[in-house]
Design a protein around this ligand. Structure first.
Ligand SMILES: [Zn+2]
Length: 114
């Protein structure tokens, strides 16, 4: 008998409202490294593990729920226009974040209540 389902729902991942699998922080810690793809709950924030592959930009966002601001990593490789849900680091509300990169490759961020 082997453990055929190493991923445990809610412990290792959960599903976002649009059906995406979102890995939890404990899953990342168990795995022990950063995949560099900007996971929502990556505990290896700010560490460039995979050098040269992903260039993330820290961008300030303001939470539309609690109006606190904090910074999130934005990855250019993810596309010129991105839309994703990010849990507020202060009040944990799900924020819909839209990122558009300008011609100067600067990210423009807009937030909305998801
Ligand atoms: Zn908030």
């Amino acid at each position: 008998m082997t453990d055929s389902s190493p991923l445990k729902y809610l412990e290792d991942y959960y599903l976002s409202p649009d059906g995406k699998m979102i890995f939890t922080e404990s899953y990342h810690l168990k795995r022990g490294y950063c995949c560099g793809s900007g996971c929502l709950h990556c505990p290896y924030d700010g560490i460039e593990v995979q050098e040269g592959r992903s260039s993330s930009t820290e961008s300030r966002v303001q939470c539309p729920f609690c109006h606190e601001s904090f910074s999130i990593p934005v990855f250019k490789e993810e596309g010129a226009e991105q839309s994703f849900i990010y849990d507020c680091e202060i009040c944990c509300s799900p924020i819909r974040i839209q990122v558009t990169f300008t011609a100067e490759e600067q990210p423009e961020i807009s937030t909305d209540r998801s």
